[in-house]
Write a protein that binds this ligand. Sequence first.
Ligand SMILES: [Zn+2]
Length: 266
Amino acid sequence: MATGSTFEVGRMRVRILDDGVFVTDAGNLFGGSRKAKIKGAMHPILIETGEDLVLVDAGFGPGLPEVLVGRYELRQERNLMDHLQDAGHSAEDVTRVVLSHLDPDHVGWALEPPSFPSATVYVQEAALEEARGMPDGDGRREAVPAVERGVEEGWCELLSGDGEVVEGVRVEVRSGHSEGHQIVWIESGDSSALYTADLAPAKIWLNPDLIAGVDTDPEAARRNRIEVLEEAEKRDAPVILYHEPGYPLVKVRRSEKGFDAVPIED
Ligand SMILES: [Zn+2]
């Protein structure tokens, strides 16, 4: 079923794209003063439904945002736009962009400046509300003016809860990492795939007890992670791990420590 980083769900084709990798001190993700370096990828996904081209999350954009300079390093030999082009699409072809939440490593190409002139960008109202309350200099707060402008200009749509963005692409609010954090189910008949965003962003996060220092509500993150991964296992759904530095497409199985990633069979 999986060939490289492209697979099908019913008649939809899902492509796992790439927007480089970041390197930062572990302390920036887990809290405390840990100096060990940690590396994460950015894997936005593109869903070709036949009628729509849906991009889910949008990397850091062309460069590291000002607020993260000095704390994060961004390595981008080829970026999201290059990979979009490799897939045979231009930025103008994208019709919808779903943003899981407003952290700068997820909204980059979508907001400032908006790179997808034909697309509607979907943001949960609760995520915007939380970002408005963040202090100056916070990454989420930085996204607020662009989202507000998008709403005013009509290219950004605020969602309040779960729902289908287009047929077969359904968002579900699973907060914890942020308020209004949304995951994406890609569904056709009995087959489905799951994009977990930062609820379970890499293989190490399949352990429900690993809580990020940056999670808004750690208890909600833990509970939602277990529920969502159990659902993925029950459905035998491939799971796309946005920040996984290794191979980002896995299936999950309950284990003693939480969940294991198992290789996808062809
Ligand atoms: Zn992230």
